[in-house]
Ligand binder design. Structure first.
Ligand code: 5RP
Length: 266
C-alpha cells in the first residue's frame, strides 16, 4: 500500500523533479512565445501539442494575441483547438503557414523525426511541410541516436484496399534487416468481462482521420542506411499513402529536460 508522505518530512529529490507532462508543458509554452498576432498557425496533435493549444487559447482570451487562425493536423486537434477558442481554417484557404508547433515521437541529432504514433502523420506532414517554420516540442525522452532506435513504431499509412498485400511489400523491402518486424495497427473494441471475470476484447484495424489503416514498422537496431532512399522506397509501394519519417522538415526542436530547456536549430 502507498504511504502518504508526512507533511513535516523533507521533500525527496524525486518529488521536486518535474514530471514528463510538466516537461511537455514547459516545451510547449516556450514554443508559443514564438507566436505573434496575425499569424496562420499549424496546430499539432498529441499530449505535448495539447499544452500549446491550451496556451494559445489563454493568450487569445486575455488579448495578448489577436487575429490568429489555426489549421489543425487532426480531428482531435480541431476539437481541442475549438475548445480552447482558436479560430480554425484550412490548407486550401491558407496554403502557406507562418508557424507550426507539434510534438514528435523521436528526434535524431539531425532533427529528423518520427511522428504518427497518434495516427495523424499524413495531415501533420501536409500542414508542417507547408509551414515557413516548424517548431517541434518534446521532453528529453524523445531524443534518439537514430530514427527507430526507441524500439517503438515507425508508422506507415496505407489504403485499406489490399492492405495485406501492401504489408507484404513493406515486409519484402526490409527482408534480411536484423530485428525488423511490422504489423497492422489495431484498436480495441467491445472490451468486456467474460463469465470467468477475464477481460475479453475484440480488435479491428485502427482507422485514421483519412479513413486509412496504419502499418507499424519496428527496427530493433534503429533505421540503418540512407533515410531519404528508404523514404523513397516506401513511398514507391502502391497502396502506401505516407510514412511517419519527417526528414528535414523541422526548423527547430525545443527540448525540455529536467535541468532546463534546450533549443536545437537546423
Ligand atoms: C501524432 C503525433 C504526435 O505528435 C506524437 O505522437 C507525439 O505525441 P505526444 O506529444 O503525445 O508524445 O505525431 O500523430
Amino acid at each position: 500500500p502507498a504511504v502518504a508522505p508526512s507533511p513535516s518530512a523533507p521533500a525527496s529529490a524525486a518529488a521536486t523533479l518535474p514530471s514528463q507532462d510538466e516537461l511537455k508543458r514547459v516545451a510547449a509554452h516556450r514554443a508559443v512565445e514564438l507566436v505573434e498576432s496575425d499569424m496562420v498557425l499549424g496546430l499539432g496533435t498529441g499530449s505535448t501539442a495539447a499544452h500549446a493549444l491550451d496556451r494559445i487559447g489563454e493568450l487569445l482570451r486575455c488579448g495578448a494575441l489577436r487575429n490568429i487562425v489555426g489549421i489543425p493536423t487532426s480531428e482531435w486537434a480541431a476539437a481541442r483547438a475549438a475548445a480552447a477558442g482558436i479560430p480554425l481554417t484550412d490548407l486550401n484557404s491558407h496554403p502557406v503557414i507562418d508557424l507550426s508547433i507539434d510534438g514528435a515521437d523521436e528526434v535524431d541529432p539531425a532533427l529528423n523525426l518520427v511522428k504518427g504514433r497518434g495516427g495523424s502523420l499524413l495531415r501533420e506532414k501536409m500542414v508542417e511541410g507547408a509551414s515557413r517554420r516548424f517548431v517541434v516540442i518534446v521532453d528529453e525522452s524523445k531524443l534518439v541516436p537514430r530514427l527507430g532506435a526507441s524500439g517503438l513504431a515507425v508508422p506507415v499509412e496505407v489504403i485499406p484496399f489490399g492492405w495485406a498485400l501492401t504489408l507484404r511489400r513493406l515486409q519484402s523491402l526490409f527482408d534480411g534487416v536484423p530485428g525488423f518486424n511490422l504489423k497492422l495497427r489495431t484498436a480495441t473494441i467491445n472490451a468486456k468481462a467474460s463469465s470467468f471475470g477475464k477481460i475479453e476484447s475484440e480488435f479491428e484495424p485502427f482507422v485514421t482521420d483519412n479513413k486509412n489503416y496504419i502499418v507499424d514498422l519496428f527496427f530493433e537496431n534503429g533505421i540503418l542506411g540512407d533515410l531519404n532512399l528508404i523514404s523513397d522506397e516506401i513511398l514507391r509501394i502502391t497502396g502506401v499513402v505516407e510514412h511517419g519519417m519527417f526528414l528535414g522538415l523541422a526548423t527547430s526542436v525545443i527540448v525540455a529536460r529536467k535541468d532546463g530547456v534546450v533549443a536545437m536549430d537546423k
